[in-house]
Design a protein around this ligand. Sequence first.
Ligand code: ADP
Ligand code: MG
Length: 405
Amino acid sequence: MKSGGFFVSCIIHNNFVYNTSVHSVRERWRMASVFPVGRIVEPPDLVDRSEFVGELRQRLLDGQSLMIAGPRRIGKSSLAREVLRQVREAGAYTAKVDLFYVTSVEEFASKFLQSILENRVGVIAQATRAMEGVRKLLSRAEIRAKLHDLELGITLGNRDADPLELLETAVMTAERLAARDGRRMVVLLDEFQEIDRLGGEPLLKRLRALFQEQSHTVYLFLGSQTTLMQTIFADRRQAFYRFAAMMVMPPIPENAWRDYVFKRFMENGMRLTETGFRLLYERTGGHPYCMMAVAYNALVYANLQGLQHVTADVMDFAYEQALSQLQAIYDVQWQELHRFKHADAVLMALVNGTRPYTLPLSRSQVAQGLEYLMRLSVIERGEGRGEYKLVEPMFGEWLKRKQEL
Ligand SMILES: Nc1ncnc2c1ncn2[C@@H]1O[C@H](COP(=O)(O)OP(=O)(O)O)[C@@H](O)[C@H]1O
Ligand SMILES: [Mg+2]
């Protein structure tokens, strides 16, 4: 079979079919995105989350802060965006910061503050990473007029202000703004485990002390390193103990995927076969990102070949393509594992179906390897006692093939 080659891999990352050479292949190709991969998904592509979104929305509007920890690429950010959209619709103010890309406390403060102020001044086109940029923004007369009652001048006016003080100002501004305008403020802090890298315990303590005093502002914390998040929120010694209710992301049921995938192919003039679907669901283990990536490749391939039936063969081809596109992500993930003692060896044993405790390692070394893998959200506990399974079966398959090379 001929591979989709360069342009298939270039569109998979953007997911908007803007390449005219692709577009002209088939008129029926929808200009909207189909099977969005690797970016925020919105309804109606957000499969099976409406009930959970509704619950989160309600709890936040009721004033409860929440925390969701779960592996990468299972749909936390997409879910949270929809929650934010809905609470906004209900009249709340919202703000969000993704800490993954934040490199300093000052940058955190500056991004946070801008996001808060947007509720009053409208979208700030070029968000700035430095507080200096925020100061410039605030020096504009029309902006100042909209924010005159927020007492922003004191700390921000001081160019030598400590970054922590700036962050404090941001946090307090969220509350002040919400109180002044009689709104609830919902703040999304994505990849919150990064707080550890930015400032460790002292930063956490400071934040917690501030958060606790707020009555209008609630927080939705997301994190992709499950154990670290659990330590931050559940460990008594930690500052965030009991601050937020831990919510568990429910897996997407097979039937919800089935309805969605069959429907999408149908809308594109193709019929997915039952064995095609089985292959898709079983090989990806129903992992959201992988499901979407494989389905998308199948759609592109069937479309280019003018196929009307998406069979198991087509899906198998799409699976291989998706696996090679995941190479870059999995390479990094594997490299990261080497930094954690015994994590790589223990994972290889699991991938090969050998019991980790039969490895030439001590029991405590194996236990440590397992613990790291859990902490990195690469594995999770299986049904039986002492059983573990890979969060992303395609990562396992990739590893298996790597070791055979
Ligand atoms: N509910 C869902 N329905 C459909 N696809 C999803 C869903 N959740 C996640 N995905 C897929 O996974 C990708 C990653 O989602 P994202 O929200 O960024 O996850 P996370 O924040 O957990 O890393 C999305 O681009 C999409 O392809
Ligand atoms: Mg995310």
